[in-house]
Design a protein around this ligand. Structure first.
Ligand code: GCW
Length: 843
């Protein structure tokens, strides 16, 4: 039916295959799998800098981890300098020496680190031993030696001087893990980068190459453990028949010093063990866990531990038997204890059937209300794993008060690397900027300086453990996370867990240098984009701490302003005709502010001292309330959304300045994503601004909201076959309506009535995932563009999730010209259109 389209597609497929087979693009694909470990060849002066590196490598000892360290050193030096390191003799020639402190000490007792080094810490030293120049990479542990090798290679890749060198690094928090929310059928809950690298069709994948590669990436940023399955755990994960399969994943992780963990379902003793109950206090249940854990350790001696999500979002939990989270956690922890295993018990426990009519109800209170009274009741190999905010990974939340509410219990922070509420890797959002604010936030526990980073590392109360956990959800996509720039979040998580005192800027620049090149233009541009991106996203998605105004009942992706209201889920923003915000004060609201230590409670209790960016999280105010910035709340909503959309458009311009400076395939991939984001930012902007305009009745002082002189609504065009349909919610389509075609093909046309000239035309259409409609655009009956709506956006109907745009860069138009769009539906997707917008091409 569309021979030319088919041919075009076929050509592009053939072209892609040729390129992939043909070297350059293939190499790029591989490079993207190597992420920040590309070890690009150094040129000129950069390379000469490393000419004096010893040509030989000595490894003291033999183990899988040391072999990884050795292999990595050889691989990195070879790739960057072209030199192949030879096997050297122990302190009998100039050499690079890798080994634990104990081994080094035996060979050269005079080498003593300037300070004691803890596990996983390392010492990089250039020195003379018995008259020979040596580069020493050492640590109390083999894993630390591996970390030292990665740190050394990272320095080289970023062109840092490595001679002389005397550097001792120590991880800030002892436990640094990532969680994956992979299901046994191979899907990933809130994963945006393809299927699981661990599971498929109910089993562990036969080929675990990617699992090994992932462990290498994790080791390079100092991550020590990985929980491989969804916290909404399938009990089968620890079924007897599954353990040998888990052991294979552990085998893939082991050479990189990464420990395997799994999420378990608390009802396992009943479901798997056929017991009558899973009451944690029942002796048969206690015995069941002990036997199960012993069995796991027989097959996986270095098993890391379990994660538990219980009494949360429909998961089984101790509340069924009137038991507490501490009762449940301790029973499992005691089974793990003799083997050195850890139990992460998630504080994400809340009632999702709250009565929204009761203004005193507040989901934000749940974690503190439940866990604070249990402080001191958890065993010392339990870590209470706390999401950074009291709600759920929103683009802006205050820090969880529970961080300050546990003094006699180990705690850890849970950050989300996968961008569930922050654009799902279709929007650029560099999260370390947000994480830094959270980690640096001073909770003033007991009136002292107690930043969150110190609390969660166990430093404030001298805890035996502290943890940073990142929910990563990498998938089989070549670049792990879908958006090439999203890898900066995985990298940034590891770097902050290692050293939360690093600045977001340092991390962004490091990652950019390692991933791209040392081209100052590239580094400056990408770093600048990364650093701006969180605020940009926050600007166009959710104002003043009211949370991301997304569809919380479905995809968590596009706008869905009222989806959070009038339901039991408790993500209320309580916007009405008069005002917006949740009153969480002690005086008149839910009392949540009172969960913070006094200084912070006072900060948030008063509307005057609450910072603007969290105003609506703590207070219900009229739209006319004046912010510290001097703007009214409503004008801030309008302005920030327009600013956010403009900033998103500017990312496209900035990226374009890098054409020919970054590899072509990557350039094109990122450009397409940024263009999509810029379009979707407008969808967000318009939905939120129009909704608040209608709800508040207060116009935009700058006259932009609701006025789109350059826009031609599809429903106002001349329609042949197409019919106008209402989009729900109304604010997710321009004018509340779109058009759909119930025939084999339909037309929508209009006559151009502006001055003659060159125009850029945006066609706003809806791209659902249940069909691949085709579109063709004609001007004066001459075809000027055609495309297929084949993206896989999270939507099966026209709306804020599926709304996307096609930009036709330059059309020469004369008054009276007919512009016609032909739509050809496919499957359940009825070639839906929203509007067309024309801008002078020079704009
Ligand atoms: O944010 C919610 C997610 C759920 C997730 C849950 C959790 C794994 O929407 O998909 O479940 O948080 O963190 O347990």
């Amino acid at each position: 039916m569309f021979p030319e389209l088919r041919m075009r597609r076929l050509h592009s497929v053939l072209f892609a295959i040729l390129l992939l087979g043909g070297g350059r693009e293939g190499a790029q694909a591989e490079a993207s799998r190597d992420a920040w470990l590309r070890y690009a060849r150094l040129e000129g002066a950069q390379r000469t800098k490393y000419e004096s590196l010893p040509a030989n490598l000595v490894v003291l000892g033999d183990s899988a981890v040391l072999r990884s360290a050795q292999g990595e050193m050889i691989r990195g030096v070879k790739a960057m300098t072209g030199k192949t390191l030879g096997a050297g003799k122990n302190f009998q020639e100039k050499a690079i020496i890798l080994g634990t402190l104990a081994e080094i000490h035996t060979a050269a007792p005079e080498l003593v680190p300037p300070h004691p080094i803890g596990p996983d810490g390392f010492w990089l030293l250039t020195t003379q031993v018995r008259g020979f120049d040596c580069l020493i990479v050492t640590s109390p542990t083999e894993r630390g030696v591996l970390y030292g090798v990665f740190a050394f290679l990272s320095k080289m890749a970023r062109g840092e001087n490595v001679s002389p060198l005397n550097e001792l690094q120590q991880p800030y928090a002892a436990t640094r893990w990532v969680d994956q929310w992979d299901n046994l059928n191979g899907t990933i809950e809130r994963g945006y980068a393809g299927p699981s690298i661990f599971f498929e069709k109910g089993s562990v994948r036969p080929d675990l190459t990617r699992a090994g590669e992932y462990a290498r990436l994790l080791a390079s940023i100092g991550v020590t453990g990985c929980t491989v399955n969804n916290v909404n755990a399938d009990p089968r994960i620890i079924d007897d028949s599954f353990l040998p399969q888990l052991a294979r994943i552990a085998d893939a992780f082991r050479p990189w010093g990464v420990q395997l963990g799994v999420s378990v379902d608390l009802s396992s003793p009943k479901v798997l063990g056929n017991l009558d109950s899973f009451d944690p206090m029942e002796p048969p249940v206690i015995a069941w866990w002990r036997t199960k854990v012993d069995q796991i350790y027989r097959q996986i001696p270095d098993f890391g531990g379990f994660v538990v999500k219980a009494d949360s979002e429909g998961r089984a939990g101790p509340s069924s038997y009137g038991r507490t989270p501490a009762d449940a956690a301790n029973v499992i922890a005691r089974a793990l204890k003799p083997h050195g295993g850890v139990l992460f018990y998630r504080a994400f426990v809340y009632d999702h059937h709250l009565d929204w009519r009761n203004l005193k109800n507040d989901r934000a209170r749940a974690a503190y209300d439940i866990f604070h009274p249990l402080d001191g009741k958890f065993d010392d190999n339990v870590i209470v794993q706390i999401k950074y905010g009291p709600i759920d990974f929103q683009a802006r939340e205050p820090v969880s008060p529970l961080f300050g509410g546990l003094e006699k219990t180990n705690e850890g922070i849970e950050l989300q690397i996968t961008q569930e509420y922050t654009g799902q890797q279709r929007h650029l959002v560099f999260l370390p900027t947000m994480w830094k604010e959270i980690l640096d936030f001073d909770l003033r526990v007991n009136g002292e300086r107690t930043p969150v980073k110190q609390l969660v590392a166990g430093k404030v109360f001298g805890r035996s453990a502290g943890a940073f956990v990142g929910v990563a959800n990498v998938g089989m996509n070549e670049n792990w996370l879908g958006h090439p720039l999203a890898l900066a979040n995985l990298y940034g998580f590891g770097r902050l867990a290692w050293d939360p005192n690093l600045s977001a800027e340092t991390i962004a620049a490091e990652w950019t240098r390692l991933t791209f090149a040392d081209d100052p233009v590239v580094v400056k541009t990408i770093t600048g984009m990364l650093l701006a991106s969180w605020h940009t996203y926050e600007n166009y998605t959710g104002p003043l701490g009211s949370q991301t105004l997304t569809d919380i009942l479905g995809s968590h992706y596009g706008p869905g302003i009222e989806s959070s209201e009038r339901s039991g889920w408790g993500q209320w923003h309580r916007a009405d005709h008069e005002g917006i915000g949740m009153d969480r004060t002690v005086a008149t609201g839910t009392g949540y502010a009172g969960q913070y230590p006094p200084a912070i409670r006072d900060l948030y209790e008063s509307v005057q001292s609450t910072p603007d960016e969290l105003l609506l999280f703590f207070h219900h105010v009229p739209y006319t309330y004046r912010l510290h910035s001097g703007k009214t709340v409503i004008q801030h909503i309008y302005d920030s959304h327009y600013e956010g959309a403009e900033e998103a458009a500017d990312f496209v311009r900035q990226w374009k300045s890098l054409s020919h400076r970054v590899p072509d395939a990557l350039y094109t991939d990122v450009l397409a994503r940024l263009e999509y984001q810029a379009g979707h930012a407008i969808v967000w902007r318009d939905a939120i601004c129009n909704w608040f305009l209608r709800t508040s009745g207060i116009p935009d002082a700058k006259g932009r909201v609701g006025n789109h002189p350059d826009r031609i609504e599809a429903e106002a065009m001349q329609l042949t076959g197409y019919t106008a349909t209402d989009v729900t919610p109304w604010e997710n389509a321009s004018g509340g309506k779109g058009i759909e075609c119930a025939k084999a093909s339909c037309d929508a046309s209009f006559h151009f009535d502006r001055a003659a000239g060159a125009y850029e035309m945006d066609v706003q259409y809806f791209d659902q995932n249940n069909g691949e409609s085709k579109f063709r655009v004609f001007v004066r009956n001459r075809q000027v563009d055609e495309w297929i709506a084949s993206d896989h956006l999270p939507a099966t109907k026209p709306g804020g999730d599926s709304s996307t745009r096609r930009r036709i860069p330059s059309l020469i138009l004369r008054p009276g010209d007919e512009i016609r769009i032909e739509g050809i539906p496919d499957g359940e997707e009825h070639a839906p259109l929203d509007y067309v917008e024309l801008h002078a091409a020079s704009e």
